[in-house]
Design a protein around this ligand. Structure first.
Ligand SMILES: [Zn+2]
Length: 430
């Protein structure tokens, strides 16, 4: 076993410059989402490289997906390298899109500068560093053991940052993650090189609208103020809902620990007249608001059920209604994501655990993400449970100014990924 580890280490080390250059090249293709720029370019770049390494490539456009247009087509790449004999398929999935740049950068966000052992740029850790590490891992593995059993797949997918509907959800719906094609999935999101992310909490987004009646603002008693109704809802949430959510703890190992409780964010509240447009400096008219809308972002736990989550919120609104006397309202579902958690004894978790132990001499930390990522689609649409996130980078740096990835972390996590490939595809077993 030591031989395998040493061989992988030496071979990845030999490719360190290649890994750096590949990461830089990926950062230099600005794939901002929204709107979804240069997806085809980055897919072609990765495809050309993987084709040289013996992969067969397929381009898949998610036609009709949200945001897909002739100007901004939702392109995805699936590359597959068959081994010498039949066997299981290990699939690495990385999202190609990056979020907006934002303010506060001291380096070029699309320059990919290498400074003091770090590569800087938007997407450096989330997650072009992870894509590069998985490519180097796959190429290293195939070079060391060309007669492996099974297949290695690498997909580069669109739109993870905006829900993944033009990316992994589309591929899953089209059967690319069907159990007869793919058996193990690793998503190299930046969860840190010695941690395995088993899944994520659930999500329910909804809009509550309270109704009132418009009237002259000088005689509010003739109208019915929708904003005051919403105020009563928020007061009731403060009194009963937020304490109840905070007291509810999950057995899921969510990090940070504060996210082991149920949470609810009031995403926005809008009531009454719209704010003054920037080019209008007049005064508002005196009216009683007849509508107030609140958008909530409720994150729920594996121990909770979506129907109960919804009923609990409706009960809060009902209590506020009693408190106010009466008002009418509507709750509109926006979207939901079920919680997802892969078993600790799933095969892909076991292989990564052994690879981390071999690389670092310690057991990994098992974590669950407070927010969701593409695992939801692989689990729910693809019906594949043997999926985790593992990759280089520090999650806190994602979406921040001066985002970077540490080269040494990429080298070490590429080592872990290549060792996991060897484990899952029959190397060292005889
Ligand atoms: Zn990401």
């Amino acid at each position: 076993m030591t031989d395998i580890r040493d061989a992988v280490r030496a071979e990845i080390e030999r490719r360190r410059d290649d890994l750096i250059e590949l990461t830089q090249a990926l950062i230099r293709i600005p794939t901002l989402n929204p709107p979804g720029e240069n997806y085809r370019d980055i897919c072609e770049f990765i495809a050309a490289r993987l084709a040289r390494s013996g992969f067969t490539v397929a381009f898949v456009r998610a036609e009709g997906a949200p945001g897909d247009s002739e100007r901004y087509p939702r392109w995805n790449l699936v590359a597959r390298r068959e081994g010498a004999r039949p066997g299981p398929c290990v699939h690495f999935n990385g999202h190609i899109d990056v979020v907006e740049v934002g303010k506060g950068w001291t380096t070029d966000p699309f320059g990919g500068a290498l400074i003091g052992g770090r590569i800087y740029g938007r997407g450096a850790c989330d997650m072009k560093g992870g894509i590069a590490a998985s490519i180097i891992a796959a190429e290293t593995f195939a070079a060391l053991w060309p007669d492996y059993s099974g297949a290695v797949e690498i997909s580069a997918t669109a739109d993870e940052e905006t829900g993944g509907f033009g990316g992994v959800a589309h591929l899953a719906r089209e059967g690319w993650f069907a159990p007869d094609r793919v058996q193990h999935v690793i998503i190299p999101e930046p969860l840190d090189k010695d941690r395995i992310c088993l899944g994520h909490r659930g999500v329910w987004w909804a809009e509550l609208e309270t109704h009132g009646r418009i009237a002259h603002g000088s005689m509010p008693f003739l109208g019915n103020c929708a904003v005051r109704h919403m105020g009563a809802v928020i007061a009731e949430m403060e009194e009963t809902l937020f304490p109840a959510l905070a007291a509810r703890q999950t057995a899921m190992p969510v990090v940070p620990e504060a996210a082991r409780a149920s949470t609810l964010n009031i995403n926005s509240v809008h009531g009454g007249q719209a704010e003054r447009p920037a080019d209008f400096d007049g005064w508002p008219a005196p009216v009683v608001p007849d509508s107030c809308r609140m958008i909530i972002d409720r994150r729920y736990l594996a121990e909770e059920r979506l129907e109960t989550v919804k009923a609990e919120f409706r009960a809060v609104v009902e209590r506020a209604k009693e408190r106010r006397g009466d008002f009418s309202y509507e709750i509109r579902d926006m979207f939901d994501v079920f919680p997802s958690m892969t078993d600790r004894d799933a095969p892909v978790v076991g292989a990564l655990t052994r690879a981390i132990e071999k690389t670092f001499g310690r057991t990994p930390q098992y974590v669950v993400s407070p927010g969701t990522y593409d695992q939801k689609h692989i689990d729910r649409i693809g019906r594949l449970k043997n999926c985790v996130a593992y990759g280089p980078g520090i999650l806190d740096l994602a979406h921040q100014p001066d985002e970077y990835v540490v080269v040494q972390d990429m080298v070490e996590s590429a080592t872990v990924m290549a060792l996991a490939l060897a484990d899952l595809l029959g190397i060292g077993a005889g």
